[in-house]
Design a binder for this molecule. Structure first.
Ligand SMILES: Cc1cc2nc3c(=O)[nH]c(=O)nc-3n(C[C@H](O)[C@H](O)[C@H](O)COP(=O)(O)OP(=O)(O)OC[C@H]3O[C@@H](n4cnc5c(N)ncnc54)[C@H](O)[C@@H]3O)c2cc1C
Length: 538
């Protein structure tokens, strides 16, 4: 059986960073097993190709959550990247670290290696930020971050000015000293192409002789000898193989697949494993628990001025956008769908923002099979502002639907299952309308399309957001790390308690969900996690 020092399962945001960091000194051999295929695909690299990846089985696990009473019984679509780069290859490219106090929370749970000081220093080392280096931002690191200063849709500035009129400060950098306010989003885009974790970390590492990356290789279980992880079983080209880890196995399959793989390997809640006919290696009741995710909703208006709908819908608009992109790397195709956004507090008593905003200069109310029709938006001048909660109290779980490693696990989100989550979302959607009622955006609005002016009472607003909300794709915390064994699966160095030679290093390891998007903290987890692994290697 072939042996590698480190076997990394999953080439996602965290896995790509792990592969780069663990191989850089040349002393260790690293194998990366990735269930998906290459990221050399047109719509992965084209920033606005995002919508085309949303339902594409070639790059996406296409999970479906259980019917959710908190979402009016809806079955929510849960896209996850299944490709080199993982979800960083199909995400919306917004670069947000979260609030500094989120890392104070991490420190309280998992100790100083995960506190704000450590996180800030790590982010400064990771980043090559176009906006320049300062006390918060870094330059010269492996991950180029676009400052997103040029080519913004004019309505983006209208939105920011209206949010200011509604009481939000203008924020020049959400990753800087303060998170509150409205502004533009920094992006993981480089040279008008998506800058995924694969592009920034894995591709350079793949040039090293000590790195092996196997695509279309899905891990089916961790091999155990007693309470030690010794390797991984995986399927490649229809055949099962086994590979040995000289040092460690590191799971980086993301917040859905990492707990699934642990459970398939006999590490999880004993009764649940037995019910699935899986032999229990370690009773770890918290594996798959504590699923925490942001819920989001869009409000949409018909405008009296042109939006990207007008620019992207007609054939000649597409042609112009295509030429702008091909000839100069510019125009709407070179951007994320979210040019800007913001953070606000639904009550002045709060110590930090609890809601995030997304400004989108287009609308996609008319569905189209097989894609999110961003490149073919609605046939009128539509505009959407989305929002999502930052630190919901609702908790779901990942469980096995079957012992078959190729069957999807069961995702139970339990969205809006606390009164607080409902109350803050109600306050937040009212704030959205308050922003839309301000100058300079208000005179440009022809009508509110969703939910529409008939939805006014608290009861109706709640019914509306239950019916129309969904995941904003930030599932986390399903294999939590922490100092307290009673509340976490992993120790603060990401080691699975009770099993030697096995760590989990991805968004599932977050002690708590960050108030912001989760690509940055997943990359951070890979970065700090690799330092912990190397420190243990001596
Ligand atoms: C549609 C969408 C939009 C998003 N938008 C943003 C955004 O704008 N900004 C932001 O910050 N975040 C965004 N996110 C969230 C962010 O991208 C993720 O939180 C982050 O990428 C998670 O990183 P990860 O390393 O935990 O897992 P992932 O990046 O999901 O990587 C897991 C990898 O492991 C592989 N894998 C899983 N199981 C196995 C197995 N058994 N064997 C082998 N390989 C396996 C998967 O195929 C995948 O490649 C978005 C996510 C999605 C899905």
């Amino acid at each position: 059986m072939t042996t590698y020092d480190y076997i990394i399962v999953g080439a996602g945001s965290a896995g790509c960073v792990l592969a780069e960091r663990l191989s850089v000194n040349g002393r260790y051999s690293v194998l990366v097993l990735e269930a998906g295929g290459t990221d050399r695909r047109f719509y992965v690299h084209l920033p606005l190709g995002y919508g085309k990846l949303f339902y594409d089985p070639a790059v996406n696990w296409l999970y479906r959550a259980e019917p959710d009473p908190g979402l009016a019984g809806n079955v929510d679509h849960w896209p996850r990247g299944r490709i080199l780069g993982g979800s960083s290859s199909i995400n919306a490219m917004v670069w947000i670290r979260g609030h500094r106090t989120d890392y104070d929370d991490w420190q309280a749970s998992a100790g100083g290696n995960w506190g704000w000081e450590a996180a800030r220093d790590a982010y400064r080392a990771i980043e090559d930020n176009e906006a320049g280096a300062d006390d918060f931002r870094g330059q010269g690191g492996p991950l180029f971050i676009s400052a997103n200063h040029s080519d913004l849709h004019p309505l983006c500035e209208t939105f920011i000015a209206s949010a200011q009129a509604a009481g939000l400060p203008r924020n020049p950098d959400f990753n800087g000293a303060e998170q509150d306010g409205a502004g533009i989003y920094q992006m993981t885009i480089k040279g008008a192409r998506r800058n995924s974790a694969a592009r920034a970390f894995l591709r350079p590492a793949m040039k090293r002789r000590n790195v092996t990356v196997l695509t279309h290789a899905q891990a089916t279980r961790v091999l155990l000898e007693g309470r030690r992880a010794t390797g991984v079983e995986y399927r490649h080209k229809g055949t099962l193989h086994q590979v040995r880890a000289g040092r460690e196995v590191i799971l980086a399959g993301g917040a859905i697949n990492s707990p699934q793989l642990l459970m398939l390997s006999g590490i999880g809640p004993a009764a649940h494993l037995r019910a699935q006919g899986i032999e229990v290696a370690l009773d770890a009741p918290l594996v798959g628990q504590n699923l925490t995710d942001h819920q989001g909703i869009n409000y949409t208006w018909r405008m009296t001025v042109p939006t990207y709908n007008d620019a992207l819908r007609p054939w000649w608009g597409k042609l112009r956008a295509g030429l702008q992109y091909v000839l100069g790397g510019r125009g709407p195709l070179s951007k994320s769908i979210n040019h800007g956004g913001g953070f606000f507090r639904t009550s002045p008593d709060l110590t930090r923002p609890n809601m995030q905003l997304y400004f989108q200069a287009f609308s996609t109310l008319l569905p189209r099979a097989g894609e999110r029709p961003i490149l073919r938006p609605d046939p009128f001048s539509g505009l959407s502002i989305g929002l999502s909660n930052c630190r919901p109290g609702s908790r779901g779980e990942i469980t096995l639907a079957s012992s078959d490693p190729f069957a999807a696990p069961r995702i139970t989100a339990n969205a809006f299952s606390t009164e607080d989550d409902v109350a803050e979302m109600l306050a937040a959607v009212k704030m959205l309308r308050h922003i839309a009622a301000q100058d300079p955006i208000a005179p440009l609005i022809a009508e509110e399309l969703r939910p529409g002016p008939q939805v006014q009472t608290d009861e109706d607003l709640i019914a509306d957001f239950r019916a129309r909300s969904g995941t904003v794709y930030h599932p986390s915390c399903t294999v939590r790390m922490g100092q307290d064994a009673a509340t976490s699966v992993l120790d603060p160095d990401l080691r699975v308690r009770g099993i030697a030679g096995l760590r989990v290093c991805d968004a599932s390891a977050f002690p708590t969900l960050i108030g912001g998007n989760t690509n940055a903290p997943a990359i951070l987890t890979g970065w700090i996690g690799a330092a912990r692994i190397l420190a243990d290697a001596g």
